[in-house]
Design a protein around this ligand. Sequence first.
Ligand code: UDP
Ligand code: MG
Length: 309
Amino acid sequence: MQNDKLLSVIIPSYNEQDMIAQTFKTVKEIMDGASIPFEIIFVDDGSKDMTYANITELADSNAEVKGISFSRNFGKESAIFAGLESAAGACCVIMDCDLQHPPATIVEMYRLWEQGYDVVEGVKSSRGKETPIHKFCANSFYGIISKLTDIDMTNASDFKLLDRRAIEALLLMPERTPFFRALSSWIGFKTATVSFEVQERTVGTSKWSMWSLVKYAIRNITSFSGAPMQFVTFMGWVMLIFSFIFAIQSLYRYFTGTALEGFTTVILLLLIIGSVLMISLGIIGHYISRIYDEIKGRPRYIISKRCGY
Ligand code: UDP
Ligand code: MG
């Protein structure tokens, strides 16, 4: 049944009951209009609403629709990988369920794929409507991650097309907490970019709270780079330099007979060293916990149901 033109559209869906039918309809119209053979894989990421029921209903009446349901919420990255693993297409597009990624751009990506590109990255032409704080945090995060990974991630998104070869390369990566957005650049291959305008979410709300975004940022920085651990070494050197200066000063005072005050200096030094030590331990501890997570080798996700297969 392998079709060397088939496009698999992978849609991670978490509590998107109101979007499933509409998203399918929109994608189908555009694919049919452009005569692109496609299948659409909804990955229900442990939704608590009627998302999966709506997917099954759709799959019953449409041969293009396939559904995978997780046993609980495993996160968007897991949903993307589950989709990639079950995709039959010669290429895959990953897009959000809320139509914030305009499906019309898929056609543009597909045409570039036909011209021989293996990876087509969707790049946001603007970041859509966001609060100033959100914008600032996102900019800092992507600034850091671009520096650390040497990949320009400023306007990166998860909206992209991958050729079968790129998919195989991604699926070879065993990591438990993959950072899809950067991994797809990390694997290399012939890459093109298309820019798209982030659409407004019409139904439902964003699944990301500020706190989950902070966790996402920390996890992805540490999963791509050991640089924060260099910070520990760096602080060690800074402390060493200070200790030389203070040692000379203290000895000088001792020999000139003016020693013995300086309680403030001592208490401040203790506090500073204490905090630096604890932060450093925390950073190292974070990496150890990441190693622990990886070493357990648990699956990235658990599938409880499938439909349309
Ligand atoms: N999503 C998911 N699992 C999650 C959170 C989100 O599969 O734990 C999906 C969600 O259904 C949507 C996409 O990821 O299709 C993007 O989520 P959302 O629109 O909430 O994020 P935002 O657009 O605000 O970045
Ligand atoms: Mg969204």
